[in-house]
Design a protein around this ligand. Sequence first.
Ligand code: TRP
Ligand code: SF4
Length: 341
Amino acid sequence: MQAGKKRIMSGMRPTGKLHIGHYMGVLTNWVKLQDEYHCYFAVADWHALTTKYDRTEGLRQNITDAVMDWIASGIDPERSIIYVQSLIPETAELHLLLSMITPQNWVERDPTLKDMIKILRGNKAEETDDASGIVSYGLMGYPVLQTADIIQFNASLVPVGKDQLAHIEISRDITRRFNHIYKTDFFVEPQPKLTEIPLLKGIDGQKMGKSFNNDIKISDSEQDTAKKIMRAITDRSRIKKTDPGHPDLCEVVCPYYEIFADGTTIKKQRYECENAIRGCADCKRELAEIINSRFRTIRQKRKELENNPDYLYQVIKAGSEKARESAYANLRQVKNIMQMY
Ligand code: TRP
Ligand code: SF4
């Protein structure tokens, strides 16, 4: 580790193969941060269990899928620490200690957690008529566990999206409370670093998400990418190619151009649409090629990783060992401050 660099910690729950919305929103940002900071990136499998404890079939695969997508996208295991949360038992111990000093009503008030619970209850109620047991004790500890993730490395910055701000606020409160109770300034109060996420809709115009079957994966083939884009919604008022189109009413294809194409291409696309020079099919074919060329190297790299599970295993193992060393040293000091053995 280079001295003097600030530490960053962030994580993601392993939910399966990542889509290009994750890439544009989170991963490109993480990749940039690596130049300036010392980064810890966790695959938060315990956090995944807080809501999916009864569906662990794909969990291990989801973890490797996440790591492959990260590395293919440019997270560099030589510079950043990539690790799997559950490979660091020290985090669980810190979580336990923090849970002693965290007032119950702090977690009960967490609006992000409340939303998760609402969704979870809603889904469960669709399956059975008894949704009462769905919220586990572990789920209530979600923000406390996340706090342990962050402060075990004394990370000062946490790059996250808006939805995570409520959790980080609790992390800051817990940090202050620890320092206050034990009369120390040991823990650094972590600051959120808001990621400006260009909102990438799914091909149907709804929020992009795996469960909606409207996403384009980082790991999709070029053919699948093209097929999905051909299905994307366009200016609904445009029926024939001879009808002039309205790029601003074209809810998916046009915004994708704005995000992935260069200025000249965007101008041309808008002009030809408005003047009925290009049809939507041609427009989509060009877009598919733009997106495919953007992800070509990333996809090649991902294929190589898929074919080299030993390397991937080594990366996860080495990263987790390094993370564990810092976490262990940190925990020793915490226990010392708390006058434990
Ligand atoms: N809760 C985060 C999410 O769902 C994932 C996460 C786990 C995390 N531990 C973290 C994010 C620590 C930032 C810091 O996206
Ligand atoms: Fe949208 Fe392109 Fe069709 Fe215009 S030509 S409506 S921008 S898909």
